[in-house]
Design a protein around this ligand. Sequence first.
Ligand code: DMJ
Length: 458
Amino acid sequence: MHKIYRISIVVLLLFNVRQVSAGFHGEDTVHKAQLAKVVRNEFIHSWNAYKKYAWGADGLRPISKTPYQWYKVPLHMTAVDAMDTMILMGLKEEADTLREFIVTTLSFDHDIYVESFEITIRLLGGLLSSYQMTGDERLLKLAEDLGTRMLPVFNTPTGIPYCDVNLKTGAIRNPRTNPGKVGTMLIEFGTLGKLTGRPEFYSLPKRAVMEVYNRRSSIGLVGTWLDANTGEWLDPDSHLSACIDSYYEYLIKCAILFDDRDFQEMWDSSIVAIKTYLAHEAPSGLWFGHVNMFTGERTKTWFGALDAFFPGTLALAGDVETAARLQESCLKMWNRYGIEPEQIDYVTMAVPDDPKWERFFLNPEIMESTYYLYKATGDQRYLEMGKVLLDSLKRYCRLEEGYSELKSVVTKERSDRMESYFLSETLKYLYLLFAPPETLDFNSVIFNTEAHPIRRTW
Ligand code: DMJ
């Protein structure tokens, strides 16, 4: 099935390549090998800062040069998240040392409640992709242990998981959840199920997604928050942003990775509703805004850093034309302040009136979509875009040691945090954009939402 998408992408490419190139400098203006080297150096620069000030911790505060933990015991979030990027960049010795550290020190036998979404995408995804790249069975064992400890999260009246699970006791809490959290488990759990021969790892998260999908409105949309006990919607805001984003991403990715017709059908019907109700042709271009899930009435003309995953998802699903148009809008959002805000009002082309939307968290989504579009079209324009993104990152976020987030893209004031996905996703997608194609066979993997590539070996 994957190949079919590729063929349709190539056909669309023939019609789109000229139009997409307009405005950029054309062939050979980007020296790929040189840029790949730059990104690799930036990864080493950031990794060294983490190693020096936060080794083994979940993350680094790069301004105060201190570590931070998510829970009372460290789960080595940054280390696990960064491992497969290191392998792809050919940092073999560093990756081998790191792997030894992880398999000998990482334990999930702790009396802590963890957020199942984040632990799934960062740790389970990271362990599984590094296992597939190295063949080290100890990584699979850790993944199975983690997955087993998390399974009780599905023991709810509806089958829709709660948000948190205790890794030691299996107790669960926090039934207020969203489609993003529920729908972003199957790539990781499903892969674990296939690799261990345990079908419950596949069936439970699949059922959970279907429970959410079956509660879509009569016009085919899902909302932002729902109650895992009753299945009732708690917030009818429908969009592609935080809380929903990767629910849609995983519909098409699971259809491809697992060759699962149910997921293909869920994607096919969802994309019709998305394009009918969320799509918005504004003077500034094509965007996907907010509507009420029941009426389709427009509620906000907002789009943000997280929504920028969608061109990549559209390209993967074969709709390169829409993907390319939306990517142009994402670039406008980026260029408005020289780096993207968390949200922009695409009618006024300004940040909505609350300083919290001015933040930038070193997010990877726009890089991810640039990479997908380059793979789908081969168009130099996306290399140029990648260079714009890399230059801004270096200009506004680089520190003497590590990279920082921004409190405001308007003032460029810094914020003291470097999230693990900066190493797992942001720099990985930029590197893969410029690196030789043989670095990773794009057509034989599906990336989880944390950019951990999973190969279908079953
Ligand atoms: C990452 O953890 C994942 O990409 C997730 O899907 C969304 N949030 C961050 C990056 O922005």
